[in-house]
Design a protein around this ligand. Structure first.
Ligand code: CA
Length: 441
């Protein structure tokens, strides 16, 4: 698994691309298709798109030896690791191919995946049901994880469910090949270079190459560890002298728990709670910069969506409003542990998925509010909205074509300022208004 911001399979506000998570896979497919179509569009012959040998790439790999050696990797391990890696894998997403815009297989612009598709109800139902069975099967290990590491059993299982569907996802790539390609051509070369060196170290420590199967971003094992995180957090829970995140469920779950602990997990705190936004407020109050104690939110009229009072612990905790679908879906007041989940994967939807799945495994029900009405959105439209809002002096953090917390809040602020319907969502109507064209409801 990976961590915040600086981690290679993290890519911004609501970037879904990481590890083997479902949304990552979907966006991954879009991106792969985009990359492939770029190749098809620009290469006269298929073999040009995937050269069998790339001398500059080989040179790059050989040049890693100094770092690998300094990290304690033997020459034999190093040579064996890069043997056969003659050209980068251009089918991977998130590569920088100069002058090539991201497009999908139909030649259309990339689209974001709408929240209701990411938080698919039937998929969550299935994972929650299986999670409740695993709660029983792995009770002994989960008891020890709570006692030794302090992360609750439901969150740990939810991570496993989110990452590899409890080990059912087949990881499609050789991790070394993926990391080498990303270190050579990726958008975040330096980060992946460090991951590749750590992956060499994993091989040196005795991990079998055949176990190093990965998502597109090079995360490995049942709960999807990046190699650098493996060395920080892997944990031998079953005390057999080996840390096996590939086959030992106790080790993999404990290692995931250690990652959460290392990123600041607050014992005994939940991730957040779904709320009803009072008519006097709106989604423009979203985001960590507008954080306040839950008791203050309660004074503003926010209430628990499922009914019932907030607990004393909740009321004392700092929380921020988070509406991943703007006005078109449930809103949440989220606590510190939501931020910790986001460090695992920098995506609001990812963190909501894991937190909600944990609640469901613990016996909770579906979301009270309904998702829907947003549809997929063209990333170029989002970028244009971000560019124009920034030009108008709004506090846009990033022009990245992604619908994150900051983007939603800023759109809401713009809508408020212009007395438009406040839905905090990057619709074509918002862009029309920004461009001086009329339309907007
Ligand atoms: Ca073990």
């Amino acid at each position: 698994m990976v961590g915040l911001g600086t981690d290679p399979n993290k890519c911004g506000e609501d970037c879904p691309m990481r590890g083997a998570s479902l949304l990552a896979r979907v966006v991954f497919v879009l991106a792969v298709v985009g990359a492939v179509s770029v190749l098809i569009a620009t290469a006269p012959r298929a073999q040009d798109a995937a050269p069998r040998s790339d001398p500059a790439y080989r040179q790059f790999l050989l040049g890693l030896w100094t770092d690998a050696k300094a990290a304690g990797v033997s020459r034999a391990t190093f040579e064996s690791a890069i043997a056969g890696l003659d050209a980068p894998d251009l089918s991977l997403p998130d590569l920088v191919l100069p002058g090539k815009p991201k497009i999908d297989s139909s030649g259309q612009a990339e689209f974001t995946r709408p929240p209701d598709k990411y938080l698919d109800k039937s998929y969550l139902d299935r994972l929650a049901a299986e999670g409740r069975q695993l709660l029983v099967r792995h009770k002994a290990a989960l008891d020890r994880i709570e006692a030794e590491i302090g992360v609750d059993r439901y969150s740990v299982l939810a991570i496993w469910g989110r990452e590899t569907a409890f080990g059912k996802h087949k990881l499609p790539h050789d991790a070394i090949r993926v990391l080498a390609t990303q270190a050579y051509l990726g958008r975040r070369k330096e980060l992946f270079r460090a991951e590749l060196i750590a992956a060499f170290k994993m091989l040196e420590s005795g991990v079998a190459r055949s176990d190093m199967r990965a998502s597109w971003a090079g995360a490995v094992g049942l709960t999807q560890f990046m190699p650098t995180e493996y060395f920080l957090h892997a944990y031998d829970l079953d005390r057999d002298g080996k840390t096996d995140i590939f086959r030992s469920v106790p080790d993999a779950l404990a290692s995931a728990a250690r990652q959460l602990e290392g990123k600041g997990w607050v014992r005994g705190q939940n991730w957040g709670t779904e709320v009803v936004v009072p008519p006097s407020s709106d989604c423009a109050l979203e985001g960590p910069l507008q954080s306040r104690s839950l008791s203050e939110w309660a004074k503003l009229g926010f209430s628990r969506a499922s009914g019932g009072p907030f607990t004393t612990t909740e009321l004392a905790a700092d929380a921020y409003l988070m509406s991943p679908a703007g006005a078109y879906g449930p809103s949440f007041l989220v606590f510190e542990n939501f931020k910790v989940l986001r460090k695992y994967n920098t995506s609001d939807l990812y963190a909501v998925f894991v937190g909600h799945l944990a609640d469901r495994i613990a016996g909770g029900g579906d979301f009270a509010g309904r998702w829907g009405g947003t549809g997929p959105q063209n990333t170029r439209v989002i970028e244009q909205i971000q560019e124009r809002l920034k030009a108008k002096g709004f506090d846009v953090e990033k022009i990245d074509g992604k619908i994150g917390s900051n983007t939603r809040k800023v759109i809401g602020a713009y809508q408020r300022a212009n007395r438009l319907k406040v839905d905090c969502w990057p619709t074509n109507a918002v862009l029309d208004h920004l461009q001086g064209r009329v339309s907007i409801q």
